[in-house]
Design a protein around this ligand. Structure first.
Ligand SMILES: *Cc1c(COP(=O)(O)O)cnc(C)c1O
Length: 426
């Protein structure tokens, strides 16, 4: 047995197809290098990355500050487990708790794990603090949600592809329509056993659905009224992606570089992942204040790698970059420009009639049947034209470049996108 040398994209795709489980359907492009907003394939062709690994690479590919932090820590100490203390964890916990204005953080690795952690935290709080009878707690979630891939999380998904033949499913969840405040109100009023409301501030995977302006604020107020925890899954929307440090920041002045995450809608439990590491390492986190976090006691929850010294060093550097480089403000300004330019094109387009999003989390809706392959074909042409993006559900293409993009680069990308779309005009 020897390690195969990959010399062409074709070869790399064939070897994956043969030896890897087919749990993804990637765009046929094979990357081997990234820097800032760019990635290169094994043939040396350069592309703008307009997905940013589902918003994990907000700080740009291989950001030197984050990579250096990882490199330095990797040469000193990589993993102790939580059986022993290490000198990085507390430092990181203080930094992150203060950064997002919470009493405490619980460090995990992946987004799905952080969601699971939040659900456990919420259930324990329901029994020990709110006083719900044992095993009776329910958590309200939204239709078309995406919160990850564990058995419990897919139990409350309504995506048949994610769920089918993975049962039996976990109980204790009530699904309501997203962006429907009346549905939340009725559910909370009619059921005394509700412990939490888990929501994405913008539904990313579903196709970048932005709720109406007051939805989150009103939902939070209802949660307060009914003593229900407001749980924000900001794994994709957080860390400056939507033009604020957090999407739950609403329209407060968080775009300013001294933003310390004083949100408009303060989550009781905040879930972060993806870009909290700048895409360098799997890092996720759950943040909450003491009255909630205190229900977690030794042995009740954990992870061998959660909060390891490399993760701590990487996440601190990644958050510093967000602040030092004003990424929230950049995402806000570039996002406005992006939508304005696409809206001008849409006025006269027949292939695309909607762009929506916030900051640099945007999507266009392709004017064709939901199950047609037009969006996929457009993404193949975008690839040929030097820009990488991927369809989400239905005929929707998500555009989420790294936030370190310059205005000139964004304008260049807008013309690639528009010129490509023009090739598909009927
Ligand atoms: C990506 C994502 C997750 C899951 O994160 P993983 O790291 O893939 O487990 C959870 N919630 C949202 C909103 C996401 O976008």
């Amino acid at each position: 047995m020897s390690v195969t040398q990959i010399t062409s994209s074709k070869e790399a795709i064939a070897i994956e197809d043969k030896y890897g489980a087919h749990n993804y359907h990637p765009l046929p492009v094979v990357l081997n290098r990234g820097e800032g907003v760019f990635v290169w394939d094994v043939e040396g062709k350069k592309y703008y990355d307009f997905l940013s690994a589902y918003s994990a690479v907000n700080q740009g590919h291989c950001h030197p500050k984050i990579v250096n932090a990882m490199h330095e820590q990797a040469q000193k100490l990589t993993l102790t487990s939580r059986a022993f203390h290490n000198d990085m964890l507390g430092k990181y916990e203080k930094y992150a708790a203060e950064f997002f204005n919470f009493d405490k953080i619980l460090p995990m690795n992946t987004g799905a794990e952080a969601v699971e952690t939040a659900l456990k935290l919420c259930r324990r709080w329901a029994y020990q603090v709110k006083g719900i009878a044992e095993n009776e707690a329910e958590i309200v979630v939204c239709e078309n949600n995406f919160h990850g891939r564990t058995t419990t999380i897919i139990s409350f998904s309504n995506d048949p592809v994610a769920r089918e033949n993975f049962g039996p499913y976990t109980n204790g969840f009530i699904k309501i329509e997203y962006n429907n405040i009346e549905a939340l109100k009725q559910t909370l009023e009619s059921n005394k056993n509700i412990a939490g409301f888990l929501v994405e501030p913008i539904q990313g995977e579903a196709g970048v659905y932005v709720p109406s302006d007051n939805y989150l604020k009103e939902a939070k107020a209802l949660c307060v009224e009914h003593n229900v925890l407001f749980i924000a899954d900001e794994v994709q929307t957080g860390i400056a992606r939507t033009g604020r440090l957090l999407a739950t920041c609403g329209d407060c002045s968080c775009v300013d570089k001294n933003c310390s995450g004083t949100p408009d809608v303060k989550a009781d439990i905040l879930i972060l992942g993806k870009a909290i590491s700048g895409g360098v390492y799997p890092v996720s986190a759950v943040l909450a204040n003491d009255p909630i976090m205190k229900v977690i006691t030794p042995g009740s929850h954990g992870s061998t790698f959660g909060g390891n010294p490399i993760a701590a060093a990487v996440a601190m550097a990644a958050l510093e970059v967000v602040k030092d480089e004003n990424l929230a403000e950049k995402a806000n300004d570039l996002g406005n420009l992006f939508r304005a330019e696409l809206n001008k094109f849409i006025e006269t387009s027949s292939i695309c009639n909607l762009v929506r999003g916030k900051g640099l989390l945007n999507a266009i809706v392709i004017n064709d049947d939901e199950d047609s392959d037009t969006a996929w074909n457009i993404c193949l042409r975008l690839r040929d034209n030097g820009l990488l993006a991927k369809p989400t559900h239905g005929n929707i293409i998500r555009f989420a470049p790294p936030l370190v993009m310059t205005e000139a680069q964004l304008r260049d990308c807008v013309s690639i996108i528009i010129n490509t779309l023009k090739e598909f005009e009927k």
